[in-house]
Design a protein around this ligand. Sequence first.
Ligand code: PLP
Length: 354
Amino acid sequence: MSYPKIRISLKKIKYNTKRLVTLSSKYGIKIAGVTKVFCAYPKIAKALVEGGVEYLADSRIENLKKIRDIDVPKMLLRLPMISQAEKVVELSDVSLNSELATIKELSKKALEKGKQHKIILMIDLGDLREGIFEEEEIFDTVEIIMKLNGVKLIGIGTNLTCYGGVMPSKDNLGRLTNIARKIESKFKTKLDIISGGNSSSIYLMEKGDIPEGINQLRLGESIILGRETAYGENIEDTYSDCFKLIVEIIEIKEKPSVPIGEIGMDAFGNKPTFEDKGIRKRAICAIGKQDVNIDDITADDTNIEILGASSDHLILDITDSTKDYKVGDKVTFNLAYGGILSSMTSEYVHKEIK
Ligand SMILES: *Cc1c(COP(=O)(O)O)cnc(C)c1O
């Protein structure tokens, strides 16, 4: 087996998915399983489906293409690029939208293919990422969508705690369900989906405070890391180690802890600072910032300190470890969200999916 590698446990991912699907079902909520953090590797996406998700959802059309053969509806999470409208209609069943120009283009492309594409209209409840902000614009937009034959409005949704860090609350999600009811009565229609956010909405659900009517959450991080993202708390009875990073040591030497000579800039243009701890035993591992965001990794051996990294070298202080590391030994790390995202994206990190 080649290194560095990321080891992925399908069993644990499926377990986490089942846990969240079961928990949510108590509140009448179904799950769109988000695949972007693991670049929609089909084997992993299948584990989400076996765990009971209703949709597979991703931000990138390239990722949805990888899982086109998995027989569940696909959702495009990021607002479509108008230039990709044709692909969006081909590779996703439903997309999140806020721009009429794009929706019209989707309708046109869908009609050309003899299809009807489903739309979830995004409402900005204050986080200031995507979505319509003004209530009047919402109804104006709905009115026009209703007249387009290639698309069907199946629901509304929101995204929180992404840009502005705004927490989901009874208040703001209540506004969403209110808007849904207004749309339904104004346009004599039924909205099947009210999509109440991402992994940051879980705490509200667990408190029993999620407003009646919210019937979908789009979950990525909570499935993958067993962690809700409003407070960063672990979710009871889930795994946080579905993904592990394993890297190989290529040098072990005793060296001073402060570089010798005038300090200029490091490999990334920053001026580094150092604490003098005397001579320390250091290990270099064959992985770097090109592969993984090193702020998002923690060594399983808690006596290892991560000193830093360049594009292709990771430097560790192993002086305090009880283990007598040798060149060629492997060091294992747990990964936070950004660590999984980056190492799954790096073509230099081998994927061991089992
Ligand atoms: C990424 C994303 C999600 C999933 O977020 P998590 O915090 O990983 O659960 C949900 N909705 C949208 C629109 C996203 O872009």
